[in-house]
Design a protein around this ligand. Sequence first.
Ligand SMILES: C[S@@+](CC[C@H](N)C(=O)[O-])C[C@H]1O[C@@H](n2cnc3c(N)ncnc32)[C@H](O)[C@@H]1O
Length: 233
Amino acid sequence: MQLRSVRTAKATRDSVHHPVFARFYARASVAAETRMGMAEVRGRLLGGLSGRVIEVGAGNGLNFGHYPGAVSEIVAIEPERALRAMAVEAALRAGIPVDVAPGVAEALPVKSEAFDAAVLSLVLCSVRDVARALAEVRRVLRPGGEVRFFEHGRGGGPVMHLTQRALDRTLWPPLAGGCHVSRDPVGALREAGFELGPYRRMSVPDKGPALPQSFCVIGTAWRPVDDAAPAGR
Ligand SMILES: C[S@@+](CC[C@H](N)C(=O)[O-])C[C@H]1O[C@@H](n2cnc3c(N)ncnc32)[C@H](O)[C@@H]1O
């Protein structure tokens, strides 16, 4: 009996489980909307989108209020239970239909070529397997579909690089919900077969000394129009 219940607990455990970080992020991210200008960044990230959109790793749903009216539907994937509950609350307040669902970027629980756009907002830092996650994003976008990304990653000079790599090997991921600070989101998108559109490097916050997580990039990429159909689900 005991063995069976242990097995059941293992089988139902969330693959991404960061309850302490979730509580911290819920507070810090809301404060950052005004204090760090994140509300404006989110507006810029999502401006001009239309059609069916998938948002990967939606967190507590802070993007939902920034989607333009031309977006017909949002499917928001969030693996962390506490953040997902907050995203459900945010979805109720959004002016657009938002379907919040559990799942991970590495195995998106949706059909191939079902979306006009995908949104990656501070999530490539946290996924376990960036290449697999981006292969999934490519699969679920229609050919010619758009990726909007706002990510942080590697930046600064040699001392900052060393610091970022040291943090990624030690303290940062366990303290920050699996986040890494030395990844290269633009390089990863290119390697995953996306066509890079315009992107801009920026520092968040934009004043004061740069922190290991300050080196951000905002931009657009596309699944090539002539991309062969991926293996379907
Ligand atoms: C820093 S938060 C960003 C949340 C939100 N996108 C935003 O812009 O505020 C990182 C998010 O990635 C999620 N995440 C972590 N691992 C993931 C994975 N493998 N697949 C999808 N999302 C993941 C976390 O649960 C968290 O919601």
